[in-house]
Structure formats: structure tokens, C-alpha cells
Design a protein around this ligand. Sequence first.
Ligand code: AMP
Length: 188
Amino acid sequence: MRLILLGPPGAGKGTQAGRIGARYGIRQLSTGDMLRAAVAAQTALGARVQQVMAAGALVEDRLMAEVVEERLHQDDAGRGFLLDGYPRTLAQAQTLDRILESQRQVLNCVLLLEVPEDVLIARAVARQRADDREAVVRARLEVYREKTEPLVDHYRRRNLLCEIDGNQPIEAVARALGRLLELEEASR
Ligand code: AMP
């Protein structure tokens, strides 16, 4: 299966992606993790993205296209994947379409994790990752609303969107996601 996990920063995408990946044997691909690894390893890519990430802004689409294209062409991704944190702009969604088309593959489903904004801010302040200070959190939410939220309609129009209430305990969200994926699998 080829899936996207969509939702605002702090909605629990990483947590749920890890669970889905383990349970259904689908490769979890987090662009945030890839970029953080590049920063930690002090690669050329890491040097280019470090400040942008620290400010809570988006890395430019062209650079992300290179990162994702390279990753999706690796063998393990050929068996299916769950994208966590990509696409984040309409241009990125188009890049993903182009890559999938070149591989004669299709997207099966876009899972949208919905969480109210005040809950997101409270969660992020409690989490305190380096790029999770409150001002940065608000910047990230604004970027989400402006650049990423249009993807919700984009995928809804294509009949690919499944909405999940992310404002529930982790286990309940995981069960809701599991039910959707089982339905999706049964319909294929
Ligand atoms: P995440 O862990 O998904 O919240 O990503 C952490 C940071 O990495 C983001 O705030 C962005 O600066 C950057 N990033 C991750 N994925 C993308 C993407 N698809 N497009 C642009 N920037 C990204």
C-alpha cells in the first residue's frame, strides 16, 4: 500500500506512522526524520536545511523533491510506504504524483489526523523538542494552514481522503487507523 499521513505538526503522525508501519509491514518514511538525520550527520544537505528547520519553515520544494525521489527509488520503498511529513505543499503533491506515475504506481489513501489547534500547542509545549518552542510551534502551525492544508481539499476531490479524529488517546487513534486500513486493503 502507498499511503500518506497528513496532519498538522504535533498531531501524532510520527507515533501513529511507527505503529502502522510495524503492524502492517509498511515502510514508514518521515521526511522530518531524514532531514534531522542529515543535520546530525553534518552532511551537505543537513547544512542547507538546519536553519530553515530551526525556524519552523519549510525546506524548499526542489530540495525536498531530490530527497524524496532518491528515497522512493530505493528497493524497500518499492513494496509500499507510509509517507509522514510529505507532501506539505501542492507542488510536493505534484512531485509525488510524477514519481508514482514513473513507477506505474498509485496512491491508495491519504489519512488525515485532525486535532484542534489549542491541543496541538499544549502538546508541543509539553514535548519541548529543539524546534518545538512555542513561537516556533505557532510558526509551524501557520505554515501548515497556509501551505499544507490546501492538500486536504486536493486529496478529498480525488476521493483519497480518510479523516481520523486525532484528539483521542494514542490507542484509540491507532484502532481507528487500523480499521480504515483494513477496509482499504479489503477494497483492493
Ligand atoms: P516534521 O518532523 O515532519 O515535523 O519535520 C520537521 C521539519 O523538517 C519541518 O518543520 C520542516 O522544516 C522540515 N520538513 C520536513 N518535511 C518537509 C517537507 N515535506 N517539506 C518541507 N520541509 C520539510
